[in-house]
Design a protein around this ligand. Structure first.
Ligand code: ADP
Ligand code: SF4
Ligand code: MG
Length: 322
């Protein structure tokens, strides 16, 4: 039986709207399940709400509405600090490792601080710090270094070690390689895969780039303007994308299968990328969609299952044969 590590239901986050501020619907009715030991990739262009989702999941912010369960236990999301022991089970790794590390703290101090706060391995702190560094592929000599003495890749390894120090079950990785040199991105991905295997962790891996999540994701959710527009097993979604937006994302990556490429071109899918425009009613993708119909501008398509676990929020895709 499939065990669900994390389950979000109808998460919604509205920013602003008070004292004449513009209202931003950063996240709208997002539901997702992360299965234990697997990686759920979250992909979508900049501004679609990925980091907002990450902050809600780890409790850095409270949602406007919606609910969350970790290991089947409901998480209290609206009171600060109310997460209790569940808080430790989920940790966030940010895009920019330097912004998440205190420039005045050595690596040893930063990791020691986490162990102390959580009352973990307090009788053998140095040994544990050595183990954590080894886990992320760093030797013990890195313990004495300050963040400015680390490369981007090394700093991200330290940030991962600090998240692991808490002994979590789930890591939320918010574009963990986007701020790094292209040359070290694959190293960090490989490291994350190895750690996941060793520790049996569940990952939520966020990226604006479908080609980045393809090497790590078992499952995927595609976001557009604060909503999940398609979800399923990675292979289902990548090889047979149903939503026109997912097709456009997949088209931006070289596809080795020419037959597949031909059928997609025949479907008249637009790959033109236009800036996102907020729409008040109907499908959020309508202003960019090559397949748009009148009803798309009036009614919001909801995420529905098309085939065995493959869901899409698009009228045309849901009605198409096959
Ligand atoms: N604290 C905030 N106040 C107001 N608007 C915000 C805030 N945080 C994010 N937003 C807005 O919410 C939307 C989603 O942002 P974000 O979650 O950072 O997207 P992503 O991580 O996918 O780039 C954007 O329009 C962004 O400007
Ligand atoms: S519902 Fe209509 S506008 Fe939205 S993606 Fe589907 S065809 Fe395009
Ligand atoms: Mg972001």
């Amino acid at each position: 039986m499939v065990e669900v590590a994390l389950s979000a239901r109808s998460l919604t986050k509205v920013y602003g709207g008070r004292r004449g501020q513009a209202q931003v619907n950063a996240l709208n009715d997002v539901s997702l399940d992360l299965e234990r030991g697997r990686t759920l990739g979250i992909v979508g262009e900049s501004g679609c709400g990925k980091s907002t989702l990450a902050r809600l999941l780890v409790g850095l912010e409270a949602p406007t509405s919606g609910s969350l369960a970790i290991d089947g236990q409901a998480v209290a999301m609206n009171e600060r600090g109310a997460r209790g022991s569940l808080a430790r089970k989920i940790q966030l790794v940010f895009q920019d490792p330097f912004s998440s590390l205190d420039p005045r703290m050595t690596v040893e101090k930063a990791l020691g601080e986490v162990l102390r706060v959580h009352d973990l391995h307090t009788d053998a702190t140095d040994t544990r710090i050595g183990e954590l560094l080894a886990m992320v592929g760093l030797t013990a000599r890195f313990a004495a270094r300050y963040p400015h003495e680390l490369s981007g890749g090394q700093a991200q390894r330290v940030a991962v070690a600090r998240a692991l120090a808490v002994e979590p079950e789930i890591l939320v990785l918010d574009e963990p390689t986007s701020a790094l040199d292209v040359s070290v991105r694959a190293e960090i991905i490989n490291l994350l895969v190895r750690i996941q295997d060793e520790l049996g962790l569940s990952y939520l891996f966020i990226s604006h780039d479908l080609s980045m999540v393809r090497h790590i994701s078992d499952d995927i959710a595609v976001m557009y303007l604060g909503r999940v527009v398609e979800s399923g097993r990675f292979d289902q979604v990548f090889v047979t994308p149903l939503h026109p937006y997912t097709s456009a994302l997949a088209d931006a990556i070289p596809v080795p299968d020419p037959e597949h490429e031909r059928s997609r071109k025949a479907a008249g899918v637009s790959t033109v990328v236009v800036q996102g425009v907020a729409v008040s009613a109907g499908c959020p993708y309508a202003p960019r969609c090559a397949l748009v119909q009148d009803r798309c501008r009036q009614t919001l398509p909801v995420l529905e299952e098309k085939a065995d676990g493959h869901r899409v929020a698009c009228f045309v895709a849901l009605e198409a044969e096959g």
